[in-house]
Ligand binder design. Structure first.
Ligand SMILES: Cc1cc2nc3c(=O)[nH]c(=O)nc-3n(C[C@H](O)[C@H](O)[C@H](O)COP(=O)(O)O)c2cc1C
Length: 437
């Protein structure tokens, strides 16, 4: 058995026909009221998804050719809603599914973040997770009054301290601090509410937090770093890791590496769940699924533009500065997602930028193309071979049509094979994640 997660973007759903959906709905202009995402969350919960991960970033990219055209034309990386705020609405509309919100350790303030996530853990009755990101853009830094983003490895050091600071705040209320004693008249026992007195190199906070201890104590910790520093951070601190290694061999290598690092930090590797990012294409017939895949491969201009938007947003590289008819120069570097750039260099090899960037804009660890039954079968085989814990399903732009192909096509086919859950045993996300592997 394995688990299912959903890579959610609080951004514009399908506004034009795309390879994964021929339909255009009103959602493209009304998504900002959150109703589309409530429907999505309820469908995922019904289908047996363990969690919905809400990604985030904090800027409108405008590197490519010096304008925001690419990002805004394709609604990539902007616009988007704040996941921490939206999570509260999604929680009220659901009962079991975990909700994992992305929040930046580089830009947020520890006390504020500790308060928000403790609040969310209460409001969800223990279903909240925190996707810890260090952010990757000078543009975001400039939105927060800084000139530049701190350097890549330093950001992970800051994140390490940030996490210790918020944990000190979350622990500032003992579990039994609330007595609500009708005889003595005491609500909370002040001897069980302590100052945090956290003093670090980058952050300090006095505490105590003004939110009582939350149901899970701490949110489920999630992370998606791929560089050596990122992998160490993930292996040391998280319950859940998201990654996109390419192919079954890449998946095995990644998982073994994380488990080895976790042991090195004195942790039980089984307490860390690794999820692979995949983009299943489900057709009513195998031929239909293959036609969708082909349509995607044929959309060369679209793929090129999406890749340009991806580079500017995640690596702050303006690809228009290079000759598109030559390979990506060797000496390109980034202060953003370093592992993404390294993987791209490897995958593109000697191809020209135009050729490589036009080939594909699909993000997936393994190809999953076919009928619901065929894809379910393949996911079962890969999970068996790699020993992974779950799959994180990603597609963009999102549509009700695509969601239905997963929640009402793929998920039932997985369940018929006994591969995914039939219900939720526990109230808390962390307990459900550890239910089985
Ligand atoms: C599945 C997945 C989801 C991610 N979500 C976010 C996100 O929401 N916000 C963000 O700033 N970075 C996000 N990232 C980027 C990672 O946090 C990390 O910066 C990136 O994978 C590069 O890691 P590295 O800097 O260790 O090389 C995501 C990465 C992956 C693989």
């Amino acid at each position: 058995m394995f688990q299912l997660g959903w890579f959610g973007n609080l951004t514009a759903p399908e506004w034009a026909p795309s390879p994964t959906s021929p339909y255009v709905t009103d959602d493209a202009t009304t998504w900002m009221d959150g109703r589309f995402y409530i429907d999505q969350a309820r469908n995922l919960e019904r289908a047996g998804f363990d969690f919905l991960m809400l990604e985030d970033s904090l800027m409108v990219p405008d590197m490519y050719r010096g304008t925001s055209e690419m990002a805004l034309k394709h609604a990539r990386y902007a616009p988007k809603l704040d996941p921490v705020v939206a999570a509260s609405m999604l929680a009220y509309a659901t009962e079991h599914i975990g909700i994992i919100c992305t929040a930046s350790t580089t830009f947020y303030n520890p006390y504020q973040l500790a308060r928000q996530f403790a609040t969310l853990d209460h409001l969800t009755r223990g279903r909240i997770g925190w996707n810890m990101v260090t952010s990757s853009e000078d543009r975001a830094a400039q939105n927060f009054g800084m000139e530049r983003l701190p350097e890549h490895d330093l950001r992970y050091e800051m994140a390490d301290e940030f996490k210790r600071c918020v944990e000190a705040l979350w622990m500032s209320w003992d579990e039994d601090a609330i007595v609500a004693d009708p005889d003595t008249g005491y609500y909370a026992d002040f001897t069980k509410v302590h100052r945090a007195d956290f003093e670090g190199r980058f952050y300090s906070s006095r505490g105590p937090l003004n939110v009582p201890r939350s149901p899970q104590g701490t949110p489920v910790y999630c992370q998606a770093g791929g560089s050596p520093k990122g992998r160490d951070f993930a292996a040391k601190h998280t319950d859940l890791i998201l990654n996109i290694p390419i192919g079954v061999e890449g998946m095995k290598e990644f998982r073994n590496d994380i488990r080895r690092r976790a042991e090195g930090f004195g942790r039980n590797p089984d307490d860390i769940k690794v999820f692979w990012v995949v983009l299943p294409i489900i057709g009513e017939t195998e031929a239909e699924a293959k036609a969708i895949e082909q349509a995607w491969a044929d959309a060369k201009d679209y793929n090129f533009e999406i890749n340009m938007a991806h580079f500017e947003a995640t690596q702050e590289i303006d690809m228009s500065q290079f000759d598109p008819d030559k390979p990506l120069p060797d000496d390109v570097t980034t202060n953003g997602h370093q592992s993404t750039l390294a993987n791209t260099k490897k995958a593109w090899g000697d191809k020209t930028i135009r050729e490589a960037a036009s080939e594909s804009s699909r993000i997936t660890s393994i190809p999953l193309v076919g009928t619901a039954d065929q894809v379910a079968e393949r996911m079962g085989e890969v999970a068996e071979e790699v020993g992974g814990d779950g799959f994180l399903i990603y597609n963009q732009p999102m549509s009700r049509h695509y969601i239905a192909s997963i929640t009402d096509g793929l998920a039932p086919a997985l369940r018929r094979r006994g591969l995914i859950r039939t219900g939720f045993k526990h109230q808390h996300l962390r307990d459900n994640l550890r239910d089985f592997a």
